[in-house]
Design a protein around this ligand. Structure first.
Ligand SMILES: Nc1nc2c(ncn2[C@@H]2O[C@H](COP(=O)(O)OP(=O)(O)O)[C@@H](O)[C@H]2O)c(=O)[nH]1
Ligand SMILES: [Mg+2]
Length: 334
């Protein structure tokens, strides 16, 4: 699973003679450590609560109450009923059969089991198409435009790829301006339509322009607010069809933004969207707020959709690849 940007992006780039730290997209290890430290801080409350419960249960006599209390604590942390039940059942089996002994070993095993459940599908983003088309969907306010901006920056500035952005959220003029600002920072080209114009035609034009300009990546922003859920899903399906008409096999990635602070509601959103379109990955945003954090494990574990990126703020450096093991450790560590 991906820990660094260079692990996330699957590129056809010839391996040059440059030292690894000079390769495009390489970053200093302290950047990753800094992000992880902030993630741990943000999830501090959840970690304290979970760790206290783990100490009160796994480090004590193991009985039925142990497993019930542990389940409750994980569900409170947003881990999701099914993932929690599976993980705790497995841990109980291993503990009663004597496979894993001792409080600390059980705690470590719990971290491993949670990480395993979250490690589903391919966490990478395949950029080997010409161009690769990424469609970003999600409920209004979950962080689509901001995330696209950050992603475009990493692709354009770090990976030195040519990026075209499609501003297919034509419902709000401000949405286009917001994306245009990010395009400038990222050194990306932007394709826009008139306010209120057809989102499909903007998406179509963005992909057309991407092909014409020999872009490496085209990222299409979409609207997340329509009168009804059905209308929203129809619109997304239409944008997808239009993109496919312009380029066979596209969109290659459909990424869904989920606001982590919405907890189990985020899980339901992901469920609905993935029924309407083949979602290839989730971007979990706002892990810097009141999020309990377990939702990352619930989405991956229950929907089998990989969480590819996580966001912990509004700045450029606040978006990073998701690593299940690091994440489980940030949630539950002594
Ligand atoms: N705190 C925090 N705010 C975020 C994050 N991602 C996005 N936002 C903010 O959430 C708001 C909505 O984001 P936006 O990208 O416009 O959402 P969209 O409607 O889905 O395009 C903006 O004010 C963003 O700056 C995040 O990871 N953390
Ligand atoms: Mg937006």
């Amino acid at each position: 699973m991906a820990r660094d940007w260079n692990d996330v992006f699957l590129l056809d780039r010839p391996q040059g003679d440059a030292a690894p730290e000079e390769a495009p997209g390489a970053e200093a290890p302290e950047q990753r450590r800094g992000f992880f430290r902030r993630l741990r801080e943000n999830l501090g409350k959840t970690r304290e609560a979970l760790t206290a419960e783990v100490h009160a249960t796994l480090f004590d006599t193991l009985d039925d109450e142990t497993w019930e209390r542990l389940e409750e604590a994980l569900i409170m942390a947003d881990v999701g009923a099914r993932t929690t039940a599976d993980v705790v059942e497995r841990l109980e089996q291993e503990a009663t059969s004597g496979q894993v002994e001792g409080g600390e070993a059980l705690q470590n095993r719990l971290i491993d089991l949670l990480a395993e459940r979250a490690d589903v599908g391919d966490g990478r983003i395949d950029l080997r198409h010409e161009p690769t088309v990424i469609m970003v969907a999600g409920v209004n306010g979950t962080g689509k435009t901001t995330t696209i901006g950050k992603l475009a920056w990493h692709l354009g500035q770090e990976q030195q790829l040519k990026v075209v952005l499609g501003a297919a959220d034509t419902f709000r003029a401000a949405a286009v301006e917001q994306l245009a600002e990010w395009a400038t920072r990222a050194g990306a080209e932007i394709v826009t339509g008139d306010p209120g114009s057809d989102p499909g035609s903007v998406a179509f034009e963005a992909v057309r322009r991407g092909r014409e300009a020999g872009a490496d990546v085209v990222i299409v922003d979409t609207a997340g607010r329509l009168h009804t859920q059905d209308q929203l899903m129809d619109e997304l399906a239409k944008v997808r069809r239009v993109i496919a008409k312009q380029l066979d096999g596209a969109p290659h990635e459909t990424l869904l933004t989920v606001d982590a602070t919405t907890g189990q509601n985020g899980l339901r959103q992901a469920q609905l969207f993935s029924q309407a379109a083949p979602v290839t990955g989730v971007i979990l945003t706002k892990l810097d707020g009141t999020a309990k954090g377990g939702i990352a494990l619930a989405i991956a574990g229950e929907l089998e959709i990989p969480v590819k990126l996580i966001g912990i703020g509004e700045q450029l450096e606040d978006l990073r690849p998701f690593d299940p093991h690091d994440y489980a450790r940030a949630l539950l560590d002594s």
